[in-house]
Ligand binder design. Structure first.
Ligand SMILES: [Zn+2]
Ligand SMILES: [Zn+2]
Length: 159
């Protein structure tokens, strides 16, 4: 969505945002359409953007390779100005032609927020390095390769 901010910079009524867009393929693999809600309002010639981007990500777990879905709600908050002279600050978004490509901004915010690693759950046990069994579904028979750390401690006491 391309937002025309001319009226808002002139002190116009807040703009309510409620729309869904489909990200261009290749930006974030496995990303569902993104629902965007929130508001843009102008306060003394700068625009305050307070949005929420909601979507579902389908990923392969980096540890156990299971495909899983996770819902994300990412806040998209920015201060938008129409002149570089306002202040030199990285947190500001400068729109010199009074328009803003909202989809693009939201996608880059999402990219910055998403974790580097995708785990199906925080304590995912992954695959057995010997037999390849998914250890989240139960133990395998390769007991020799994985010694219980408590047993290990006992053993070192005895020795
Ligand atoms: Zn996993
Ligand atoms: Zn195993």
């Amino acid at each position: 969505m391309i937002l025309d901010l001319k009226l808002l910079f002139a002190g116009g009524e807040p703009i309510k945002i409620d729309y869904t867009f489909t990200p261009e393929s290749g930006i974030i693999d496995g990303c569902s359409p993104v629902k965007v809600t929130g508001i843009l309002k102008s306060i003394s010639s700068v625009i305050y953007m307070e949005l929420n981007a909601s979507f579902i990500l389908t990923k392969e777990c980096d540890r156990c390779l299971t495909i899983f879905e996770r819902k994300y709600d990412i806040p998209v908050k920015h201060i938008v100005v129409n002149s570089v002279n306002n202040e030199d600050n990285d947190e500001f978004i400068v729109v010199e032609d009074m328009t803003l490509d909202l989809d693009e901004l939201i996608m880059s915010d999402i990219q910055l927020t998403l974790p580097m690693k995708h785990l199906c759950k925080e304590d995912c046990r992954g695959l057995c390095s010997t037999c390849g069994k998914n250890l989240n579904t139960g133990d395998c028979n390769c007991t020799t390769s994985r010694v219980d750390p408590r047993l290990e401690a006992l053993r070192s006491l005895i020795e």
